[in-house]
Design a protein around this ligand. Structure first.
Ligand code: AHM
Ligand code: MG
Length: 343
């Protein structure tokens, strides 16, 4: 035994940083921040932990299979879609700073805390993206986008809150329920990824300051629809295959946008969902699918276009509006713009 006092020295780089700590740190960048924004984001982290717990039990309980209802897109809702939507609505409507919630699963945006002076944000989300993959144990995810209440927007007009271009997002992110559960988010100060440690139930910083590689090895598109893509898309995919860009690309396609985007963020390359015969405007939804990934792609040094213009510049006309999407590394996107758009 010595009589020396015990000291604990923790090197900053070896510290465990939870998403909650990180959000509190990020919030300091907002002048006059009162904590309401970190409280809002904690609603998302809470809900996604509950969703992942259900996803992990899929197949064990009576949770698989269709609920029998058809959602506003005309798709059969899966039980997990319904559960995920309810959990997000439940967790977020407890946050007084939220005035409007809009979801892929609901036809109209919902007003919450009508009349509250503090209700300054709208949260727009796809509770369970790629849900047709659940029955076959393939990754699914949640995407979210947060915008401020626009100047002068009335409390009885929730559409006005959400019909803003993606460039107005103050935060966006997603969670992938994959081989592990990872939450990736940005408040416009870089992109950060947090892996859920299931033993303690905390999202822990695992991917600080993520950067999309300038070039990748993969393109990602549903090639079954190739015959019905506009010619410029088919031509572009031919360029990638033929080695014009200095290498012959390989292909990867999961069929869950959030998982396909996550791979593209980490490994680079390009993900495309072009217009097709059955979806002439593209299949993906602008507000809660394309906008969040476009925001994250740009924050990570990549790009996102709708085949013609920057996704984040599109002024939406309706909540469930669809858009074509081309998102990925700078080299692949610059090639699309130079050789495809300029023709
Ligand atoms: P969802 O939100 O109903 O799950 O649909 C969106 C999903 C995306 O995750 C994915 O990129 C796309 O649909 C796959 O569509 P397809 O099967 O036509 O390739
Ligand atoms: Mg969905």
């Amino acid at each position: 035994m010595t009589d020396q006092p015990t000291t604990i020295e923790t090197l900053p780089e070896s510290r465990i940083v939870t998403v909650q700590q990180h959000i509190l740190q990020e919030q300091k960048r907002f002048p006059g921040a009162s904590g309401e924004f970190s409280w809002l984001l904690s609603g998302i982290t809470m809900a996604t932990k509950m969703i992942q717990a259900h996803v992990r039990r899929a197949g064990l309980t009576d949770i698989l299979g269709s609920q029998g209802d058809v959602n506003v897109q005309g798709e059969v809702q899966q039980k997990l879609d319904v559960y995920s939507n309810e959990v997000l609505v439940h967790c977020l409507s407890a946050r007084e700073s939220i005035g409007v919630l809009a979801s892929e699963e609901n036809e109209n945006p919902m007003l919450v805390h009508r009349g509250s002076e503090k209700a300054n944000y709208a949260v727009i989300f796809d509770p369970l993206d790629g849900s047709s993959n659940i029955d076959v144990n393939v990754s699914v995810g949640t995407t979210f986008s947060i915008v401020r209440r626009p100047e002068g927007a009335g409390l009885n007009d929730p559409e006005q809150w959400v019909l803003q271009p993606g460039s107005k997002q103050i935060a966006a992110g997603y969670v992938v329920y994959g081989s592990s559960t990872i939450l990736v988010y940005s408040v416009g100060n870089g992109v950060h990824g947090f892996t859920l440690d299931p033993s303690v139930g905390a999202y822990v910083l695992s991917h600080p300051n993520m950067k999309m590689p300038d070039v990748g090895k993969y393109y990602s598109v549903n090639e079954a629809y190739m015959q019905t893509f506009p010619p410029r898309y088919a031509e572009y995919i031919d360029r990638l295959r033929s080695g014009v860009l200095g290498q012959k690309y390989a292909s990867r396609y999961i069929g869950s946008m959030v998982a396909d985007f996550h791979r593209t963020l980490l490994k680079g390359g390009v993900f495309l969902y072009p217009p097709t015969a059955s979806n002439p405007e593209g299949k993906l939804r602008l507000l809660y699918e394309a906008n969040p990934v476009a925001f994250l792609a740009e924050q990570a040094g990549g790009m996102a276009i709708d085949g013609k213009r920057r996704v984040l510049d599109i002024q939406p006309d309706s909540i469930h509006q669809r858009t074509p999407l081309v998102v990925g590394s700078r080299v692949e996107l610059a090639d699309f713009e130079r050789f495809v758009l300029e023709k």
